[in-house]
Design a protein around this ligand. Structure first.
Ligand SMILES: [Zn+2]
Ligand SMILES: [Zn+2]
Length: 322
């Protein structure tokens, strides 16, 4: 493999970042009393603001909550982003697609003859409104398969980890997890980035396992400025990682390879896997600064960090062509 012939597609744009870039923490999937959440939008915002998030997308079912009057403090290093969850049912299956930061009203997404068609209609409706779409909880009710997603146009994001109890994120019982779904699509050449989200509904009382309470899954997005456009563009370009607790201080992709820096938590131990085509583990490392040099024939490389306390971080795939 000649080094000079290796070209990394800048789907992960780490190499061209201005020095002012920083990580901001956010949740892209949140309900309020405007749909089936149990708290008012202002109190929902308050929870995330008080828990050191920098942004929150309010995404009620088929309804955009006006965030301009809620997010009035310009100096609190926190922004609300408008959005909605396009919510369609096909018999027992659920096709839900978030539309982040729409510029115009989102037109009704028609239910199609197939799940794939309904998904495409929802993605198209989001894009037509200037919004960034993400496909939600694909394995809730086992609604969405790799076949349903493989030909979607205009989609870059899906919920790899919707942390609610029924989301079936992990492979079991002979069924694939969302990570297997992801690798199946990436192996087909689909450029797709994985989000973690709370899909929050419950803010009151004890945070019991059956409730969808806040603070369990989030994204860390790299931006130069904290604005809805900057956050949503960075998400759509894959300049973020998904986390349920693992913190990374650096995610670096160059033409030569992929490198991370893990911020350790007390005596927690970490394993990082660099993963490629068909979900094959290309390299496994235990250090706090794991790295992987590209060979050039991987198709794509992504990184997964798992910690001895069960927490995870997923870094986005970088597509490589010879
Ligand atoms: Zn949903
Ligand atoms: Zn939801």
């Amino acid at each position: 493999m000649k080094k000079a012939s290796l070209a990394v597609l800048l789907v992960f744009s780490a190499v061209c970042l201005a020095p002012a870039a920083r990580w901001v923490k956010g949740n892209t999937h949140t309900h309020t009393r405007n749909s089936d959440g149990n708290e008012m939008p202002r109190r929902v915002m308050r929870w995330y603001l008080d828990h050191n998030y920098q942004f929150l997308v309010i995404s009620d079912h088929d309804l955009v909550t006006d965030v301009t009057y809620l997010d009035s403090d310009k100096n609190d290093d926190f922004i609300l982003i408008s959005g909605l969850e396009i919510t369609r049912s096909m018999d027992k299956l659920r096709v839900h697609v978030n539309a982040l930061n729409p510029k115009r009203p989102v037109a009704e997404a028609v239910v199609g003859k197939t799940v794939a068609e309904t998904l495409q209609n929802a993605v198209d409706a989001a894009r037509a409104a200037g919004a960034v779409p993400h496909v939600n909880h694909p394995h809730w009710r086992w609604s969405i398969t790799a076949d349903d997603m493989k030909d979607l146009r205009g989609l870059r994001l899906f919920e790899l980890l919707n942390v609610n109890r029924d989301s079936n994120n992990f492979a079991a019982g002979g069924r694939p997890g969302t990570e297997e779904l992801w690798d199946a699509l990436l192996t087909k050449g689909m450029v797709l980035y994985g989000i973690a989200s709370d899909d929050t509904h419950d803010y009151l009382g004890d945070f019991l396992p059956d409730l969808s309470y806040p603070g369990k899954g989030w994204v860390m997005v790299r931006v130069n400025e904290l604005t809805p456009d900057a956050v949503c563009t960075a998400l759509d370009q894959g300049d973020f990682y998904a986390s349920t607790g693992v913190e990374l201080t650096e995610v670096q992709v160059t033409e030569k390879g992929y490198a991370l820096t893990i911020k350790p938590l007390r005596d927690t131990a970490y394993t990082t896997r660099f993963i490629g085509r068909n979900g094959v583990v290309l390299k496994e490392e235990y250090s706090l600064t794991p790295s992987y040099p590209f060979r050039g024939d991987e198709l794509y490389v992504r990184a997964k960090v798992f910690a001895s306390n069960g927490e995870l971080a997923f870094c986005q795939p970088v597509f490589i062509k010879k």
